[in-house]
Each structure stands twice: as structure tokens, then as C-alpha cells.
Design a protein around this ligand. Structure first.
Ligand code: TEU
Length: 557
């Protein structure tokens, strides 16, 4: 198959609330993003994925939409959206919107009507069930803790919400819901947007009969993902979406798919699947899950390199020639990459951030850069609960410490500081001035104090910065089909210090060697006979010696 534009692309993710404020209200906005487009262009990205900017009561920072066709006033208005889109296009940047259609906000007009009675035009837009023996209809536990069911006295029924009670799940069994979604997609596509990132799209088709989910020992609720992900009609729904909407536009799509398997991914992203272009799967970011299943992601244990290599390599092999990978270290739901997979100490932050960039950007797939990752921004290292904003983090604390007493307070605070989504949500560091140039007002969320040393102004101007290293990685991808399309060969999967792999394409070979430790190690992959060294994160080359977090990429022709 001919190379597609989205295979060659690098995506830059903008979390609008924390990117750039233009009017001093402390919240990032569309006009602020417009001002900063040249920065994204300078980095060399091709596409922007913009987290939700729609009208929302903001219980989950925009993932609870109350009107799909209007802009959240704090972000600006439709005219400012259109200006931003036109400016992006003028610079040659494409724009992906976030499509959140597993659920709406409970403030959405559809839900406001649906909850009134069992016989109004919106009654079946959501998933309603009668109580069973006076209780919830099944044992499902929500992603944001507690039951997935909330009782509505007006209907004498429960409604389903896989996330917060303020995020009721849409009923995809109802064809009217499909038509509503296709319409709202066309609304944005007709404005000229270039595609969608689809929120938890693997969860939209619920299993027949909504059976109980398996429960971990000692858990109050069942593991909903195990029974809901990749539901029976998911392929049909995605096919219909492609047929009725996507196939009529030249767009890019990426489905966020909790619970994805490689076999499933091939059916969704297969090159002839006519469903999605690629998915986000979370094998590598899920590795730190707590062995006590009740605690889910909450843990601070280090990740074993051999497991990380396996998670990434399995997906490289599985999709090669059959589907397409999305490559990411972090996003608005994950801690900062350098703090989690690298080393954010003063000594190693810079070099380990570059090493992580090298590891990821030389793989097969479409790389995603989350705002600030290109600067090596770090976790914020909070120590007290009142510093957190994110409902997932606060609910998890409440459940695990206060209600169920599974862990004590200091332990949970350690977990939060390691893995909370808030680590990624502190405002962007533009310069060393007050509030990092993010706002002239009071920021909605406190900045990471290290902005005085880690910021875009300093890095854009310095040749050997993380920013300029990412720029080179992106430029390399754009100039080598080998990096985009080459097949993948992992070297020494049992090596627990170095992640090395080769890529092969049209008689050329790429050799990528990354030292994931703070030790100096020696490795010989015959790099001495390479045609050239394409990139490395130390100024000089010491042959088979790899200094702490050293990365090298060689081309053999
Ligand atoms: O996240 C989906 C999801 O599965 C999250 O619960 C994820 O596992 C968790 O945040 C990891 O810590 C998407 C969005 O990306 C997220 O921001 C939303 O809160 C969520 O859906 C609900 O819309």
C-alpha cells in the first residue's frame, strides 16, 4: 500500500486548558493556541490533537460534553475556533478534534430529557435498567470509583455511567444515537477539521445482558473493562461510522481503546478494515498497575525494562503490515514521560528525555508528543491532597484511603505523586517570567516551579536542548521512509539495561540503541560498520560505550 499522510505524520497534543491563556482569566484558550501555532510548526509536527473544547460543566475537564456544537466560553467562541483552524491550515498543520461519544454530560439536553420519563423521544438515548432486588442491576465498578449505576427516582431506574455519575453512557443500541453522532461529526468535518481522536471508543458496544464482571479478591465492584471493552457490535459501529461519515472526507482517526488486544486492533485498523487508521492501546503505560488489583493503576513500583520492551515490541510485531500503531509515552491521562520512564533528576533529565524520544520516534507507527514533553517537562511532585484537581485522583484517594482503607494516606499520596493525571496538566512552560508566560492572571492550576529553568524560550534558543533534539527526530522521520515503514526486529529482549532494535526497509537498516540506566554500559551491534550515525544525545560517539541514558541511531545502506 502506498504511504498514507497520517503514517508519515507526527502529532502534537494540546491540552487547551493548560496551553496558553490570552485574556488573563488563568485558563488556556483558543486565541492563545492560535498565537502558539508557530511554535508547534517550528517543532515540525504535522497534526494537532486538541483535547475537548466543547461546552461542558467541566467535572472531567471537558470529557463531559453538554453541547457538541458550541465552544466552551472559557476557551473562546466559534469565530475564534475558526480563526485558529484557518491559521493552523495556513501553516500546513492539520487538526484532530476529540470525539467523546461513549457518554455525554448529565447536563446535555438529551440526558435532561431522558431522565424525565420512560416514554419521551430521548428515553432510550441512554442505558436505563430497573433495580434488581432493590439494588444496582450488576456489579460493575466505574473507572472513577464506585458503582457504574446511579438511581433516578423520576424513572425509578438506574442509568449506566462507566465514568462519573455526571457522564451517563449513550445507548449505542439505539440507531437514533448513531445518527446524532454522525451529524455532529459532519458538523466539525464540514468546518474543515482533519479528523478525530475518539475517546474510549472501545467501550461503546456493551455486552448482551450486561453480565456481572469478574471481581478481584476483596474488591467491592467487578472489573468493567473486562466485560465491556471490544463489545460485540464495535466493528459494526465503526464500519457504519466510516461508511456514513469518514469515507466522505480525507481524515485521520485514532481510537482510544482501553482493553485493546492486538488481534482486535488489526480488525479496527487493518489497512482494508475501513474502520479506523490507528488506535491508542495502553499495554506499556499499564505496566505499573498494582499487583493488588483493587488499586488498579495506583502504584509507584519501577517498571522493568524487559517488560516495557516486550509491551512495545509485541505491538510492533503484531501490527506490522496489518495495521498501524500510535506511539506515545504520555498524554493528559498519564504522568510525565521523563519522570516515569526516564530520570527527572537535574543530572539526567535532559539526556533521558532525549533517550525516550529516540526510543519512541524510531519505532513504526505515528508518534504523539504531549505538550511539554518536547521540553522534558517533569512530574510536579505534589505532597498534599489539596494540591490535586483531577476527579480520578480525588475519587481514588477517597475510595482507597477513606472508604475501603486499602492503603494508608502517605502511601496513597506517594502513588498520586507518581502517577496522577494532574502531573501532566500543570500549565505549559513558555518562559521564565511569572507563571511561565502561560497567563497574566491567576493560573487555574499551579505551575510546576521548575519552569524558571525548564521552558520553551530557553530551549528553542539552545541548539542542544530537548526541544531541538525532538525537532531533529521529527525531521529524520520525515526524510526516511525506513523510519516510517521499516519492519521491526527487537535485539536481546532479555537485556534489562538497553533497548536496542533494528528496522529494515528496501535494503537499508536502522540500528537504534538506548541505554535506559544511569550506568555506563558496553554493547556491540557492529555499529562500527554503519554508513552514518543519524542522531545521538551525547556530543561525541564512544563506539561500543554507552554513557548513562545514551541513545544512538545508525544507518546501514
Ligand atoms: O480516558 C479513558 C480512560 O480509560 C481513563 O480512565 C484512563 O484509563 C485514565 O484516565 C488513566 O488514568 C478518557 C480520557 O482520555 C480521559 O481524560 C477521560 O477522563 C475519560 O476518557 C472519560 O471521558
Amino acid at each position: 500500500m502506498e504511504k498514507q499522510w497520517w503514517q508519515n505524520a507526527v502529532v502534537y497534543q494540546v491540552y487547551p486548558r493548560s496551553f496558553q491563556d490570552s485574556d488573563g482569566d488563568g485558563v488556556g484558550d483558543l486565541a492563545g493556541l492560535t498565537e502558539r501555532l508557530p511554535y508547534i510548526k517550528k517543532l515540525g509536527a504535522d497534526v494537532i490533537w486538541l483535547n475537548p473544547i466543547y461546552k461542558s460543566p467541566d467535572f472531567d475537564n471537558g470529557y463531559d460534553i453538554s453541547d457538541y456544537r458550541s465552544v466552551q466560553p472559557v476557551y473562546g467562541n466559534m469565530a475564534q475556533f475558526e480563526t485558529m483552524l484557518a491559521s493552523a491550515h495556513k501553516l500546513g498543520l492539520k487538526l484532530l478534534m476529540d470525539l467523546v461519544v461513549n457518554h455525554t454530560s448529565d447536563q446535555h439536553d438529551w440526558f435532561q430529557k431522558s431522565r424525565q420519563s420512560k416514554d419521551n423521544p430521548y428515553s432510550d438515548y441512554y442505558i436505563w435498567r430497573d433495580p434488581v432486588d432493590g439494588h444496582e442491576p450488576n456489579n460493575w465498578g466505574s473507572y472513577f470509583n464506585g458503582s457504574t449505576w446511579t438511581f433516578e427516582p423520576k424513572r425509578n431506574q438506574y442509568y449506566l455511567h462507566l465514568f462519573a455519575p455526571s457522564q451517563p453512557d449513550l445507548n449505542w443500541e439505539n440507531p437514533k444515537v448513531h445518527d446524532e453522532v454522525w451529524d455532529l461529526m459532519r458538523f466539525w468535518l464540514d468546518k474543515g477539521v482533519d479528523g478525530f481522536r475518539m475517546d474510549v471508543i472501545s467501550l461503546i458496544s456493551k455486552p448482551v445482558g450486561l453480565p456481572d464482571a469478574p471481581k478481584a479478591p476483596g474488591a467491592v465492584y467487578g472489573d468493567v473493562e473486562a466485560v465491556v471493552a471490544n463489545g460485540p457490535k464495535l466493528n459494526d459501529y465503526l464500519h457504519e461510522m466510516h461508511d456514513k461519515v469518514l469515507s466522505h472526507y480525507d481524515v485521520m482517526t485514532v481510537g482510544e481503546m482501553p482493553g485493546a488486544t492486538a488481534e482486535g486492533a488489526i480488525t479496527y485498523t487493518g489497512l482494508d478494515a475501513n474502520e479506523l487508521n490507528m488506535i491508542f492501546q495502553s499495554a506499556h503505560v499499564g505496566l505499573s498497575a498494582n499487583p493488588d488489583k483493587r488499586l488498579g493503576k495506583w502504584n509507584d513500583a519501577p517498571i522493568k525494562l524487559t517488560e516495557l520492551k516486550k509491551a512495545l515490541s509485541d505491538w510492533q510485531y503484531a501490527l506490522d503490515g496489518k495495521g498501524w500503531n500510535s506511539l506515545f509515552w504520555d498524554n493528559h491521562d498519564q504522568p510525565r514521560a521523563v519522570s516515569r520512564f526516564g530520570n527527572d533528576s537535574e543530572q539526567y533529565r535532559d539526556v533521558s528525555a532525549k533517550m525516550l524520544g529516540t526510543t519512541l520516534h524510531m519505532l513504526q507507527g505515528t508518534p504523539y508528543v504531549y505538550e511539554g514533553e518536547e521540553l522534558g517537562m517533569t512530574n510536579v511532585h505534589y505532597t498534599s491532597l489539596d494540591q490535586y484537581e483531577d476527579l480520578e485522583s480525588l475519587n481514588a484517594y477517597d475510595e482507597n484511603v477513606t472508604k475501603e482503607k486499602i492503603v494508608d494516606k502517605p502511601t496513597m499520596l506517594k502513588y498520586l505523586s507518581h502517577i496522577s493525571r494532574d502531573n501532566a496538566r500543570t500549565p505549559m512552560h513558555w518562559d521564565a517570567s511569572k507563571n511561565a508566560g502561560f497567563t497574566t492572571g491567576t493560573p487555574w492550576f499551579a505551575l510546576n516551579p521548575n519552569y524558571t529553568t525548564i521552558n520553551a524560550k530557553e530551549e528553542v534558543d539552545r541548539d542542544d536542548s530537548v526541544f531541538n533534539y525532538y525537532r531533529q527526530l521529527i525531521a529524520l522521520r520525515h526524510s526516511h521512509d525506513l523510519i516510517v515503514l521499516g519492519d521491526y526486529e527487537e535485539l536481546d529482549p532479555d537485556d534489562d539495561q538497553v533497548f536496542a532494535y533494528r528496522r529494515h526497509y528496501n535494503g537499508q537498516t536502522l540500528l537504534v540503541i538506548n541505554n535506559f540506566t544511569d550506568q555506563t554500559v558496553t554493547r556491540d551491534y557492529d555499529q562500527g560498520s554503519a554508513s552514518e550515525e543519524l542522531i545521538g544525545n551525547y556530543a561525541d560517539d564512544q563506539g561500543t560505550t554507552f554513557r548513562p541514558y545514551e541513545s544512538k541511531v545508525y544507518l546501514f545502506k
